[in-house]
Design a binder for this molecule. Structure first.
Ligand code: FAD
Length: 465
């Protein structure tokens, strides 16, 4: 944090936005639409962020895509699912806000900015009581970030790349006056602003902050964007902002090992299961992939095997990541359980028993010894499929506490004068644990809160004009 420079700023802009991921770009689109000039400052040469690494799926309730398929859903049902998954720990006002605004945000991105969303209609995500995941054709975050960047450029917003924000200029009243940027050649510049949006995500790329707040993931592979080094929380701390849910995160218990490719949880939810290196099941996989990361890491060697079949692979193949996993040889196929055991170097008897247990549970409809119900799931049929996987940290869910205008609030609940945050920079809606993460909470808060932050920052600037 630096005092306002005596000589003023090299340049000035009404709204500055740190980070060009989904949150930053939605923020820029919204502020620009409100008639206020913005600059997005991005550390990388090409904006990608964790957004590019994701499956690009945004949950939203009551959308026209759902209506077209006759899917009954509502913001209230969505909010109840978020609260249920986060054990009622999340900020109720923020949960209501994101559940209410997600539908209009996805429709805004589609109708106003030309992003061709469709609904993932052929499988259920854990914890969602309706099919409400919306994605672009490839079901890949790389397409989402590219389309958002194109939309921002088409709209005429300015994105400055290779510009790492290294400090904020603030006064004693905690008003932000500008930012310092550092270029790859270490040259520094300062840009003045009337309002600042922090969209520089969380602290997954800061091993020390992860170790302090999320010790169970200190040795896990970090699968998110390395440039997310906790700058928002460090600046927030220095400004006396409240930090919330710092132990919360999105993990994933199904990352192909050693290939490092995400294997969609559809392979499990559609009737597949996981065994450990001894060929034995060890959990109720259907609780969620996020909490499963730490569970998989406690198994021998920190690995597990996703077991499914060809019909399930057909559903999974809609995801670019899964297609890549197949292309790089991560997905093993075998005609019998014994052959599968041999190919995976698992004890044949243990694997056969695990298969039998799952198929019995499907036939009988009785909840298994881990508490998983396989109701409605089809029997696995040969040829069978398997992937060796591990657990990984995808992104952190703690961050700056905000109000319903996405304005950052201080430790006594007071709003800071002109600082806003959204996406991974702000506190999420997943409570304080990995198990509180409902699929899609990441891009939900990035797109909705990013948009709200941009609108609010623009409104503040216009009020002061
Ligand atoms: C493998 C994977 C799969 C996922 N799948 C999904 C999914 O399907 N659905 C879902 O909802 N969520 C998913 N997530 C989570 C989701 O990707 C994130 O929650 C979301 O992308 C966060 O968006 P963001 O804009 O806040 O951050 P990011 O997209 O990470 O963008 C932050 C940007 O800020 C930049 N930055 C950081 N610090 C600075 C600085 N000091 N100065 C300038 N720039 C800076 C970074 O370079 C980056 O470009 C997944 C995450 C991973 C890793």
């Amino acid at each position: 944090m630096k005092p306002v420079p005596a000589g003023g700023f090299a340049a000035r802009v009404p709204v500055a936005i740190v980070g060009a991921g989904a949150a930053g770009l939605c923020s820029a689109l919204a502020a620009h639409e409100a008639g206020v000039e913005t600059i997005v400052l991005e550390r990388d040469a090409v904006p990608r962020g964790s957004t590019a690494l994701s499956a690009g799926l945004i949950p939203a309730a009551g959308t026209r895509w759902q209506k077209a398929l006759g899917i009954a859903d509502s913001p209230a049902l969505f909010a109840a699912d978020i609260n249920n998954k986060s054990h009622g720990e999340s900020d109720a006002a923020i949960v209501d806000l994101v559940a209410r605004e997600a539908g209009m945000t996805v429709e805004w991105l589609a109708d106003r900015h030309g992003l061709p969303f469709s609904l993932v209609h052929d499988f259920d995500y854990p914890g969602h009581s309706a099919r409400r995941m919306h994605g672009l054709p490839t079901r890949a975050g790389a397409e989402l970030i590219d389309q958002l960047r194109d939309a921002a450029e088409r709209a005429g917003t300015t994105i400055i790349t290779d510009a790492t924000v290294t400090s904020l200029y603030a006064d004693g009243a905690r008003a932000i006056h500008g930012v310092e940027i550092t270029r790859p050649d270490r040259a520094r510049d300062s840009i003045g602003c009337q309002a600042l949006v922090l969209a520089c995500s969380g602290y997954g790329g800061a091993a020390d902050i992860v170790a302090r707040h999320i010790p169970e993931m200190r040795d896990a592979t970090y699968f998110g964007h390395r440039g997310n080094r906790g700058d928002a929380v460090l600046w927030g701390e220095a400004l006396g902002a409240e930090l919330r849910y710092m132990s919360a995160y999105q993990g994933h218990g199904s990352v192909a090992h050693p290939h490092g490719v995400l294997i969609t949880w559809a392979v499990i939810m559609e009737g597949g299961f996981q065994v450990n290196a001894e060929g034995r099941r060890f959990s109720d996989e259907s609780r969620g992939y996020s909490e499963q990361a730490a569970v998989v890491l406690t198994q021998p060697g920190g690995i597990a095997f996703d077991i499914f079949d060809t019909q399930i692979a057909t559903v999974a193949r809609q995801f670019e990541d899964f297609r890549q996993a197949e292309a790089c040889g991560a997905v093993i196929e075998a005609g019998t359980v014994a052959e599968l055991a041999e190919r995976l170097s698992l004890a044949p008897r243990a694997l056969a028993e695990s298969f039998a247990e799952v198929e019995d549970a499907k036939r009988s409809g009785i909840t298994d010894r881990f508490g998983r119900s396989f109701a409605g799931r089809k029997a696995l049929l040969p040829p069978f499929k398997a992937v060796k996987v591990t657990g990984a940290l995808f992104h952190t869910q703690g961050g700056l506490a905000i109000d319903v205008s996405a304005r950052v609030v201080g430790v006594r609940g007071e709003p800071l004068p002109n600082l806003f945050a959204g996406g991974g920079a702000s506190a999420g809606v997943s409570g304080s644990r990995a198990s509180g993460y409902l699929s899609g909470n990441g891009l939900l808060t990035a797109t909705v809160l990013g948009r709200v932050a941009g609108q609010s920052a623009a409104e503040l600037v216009r009020r002061r004009e």
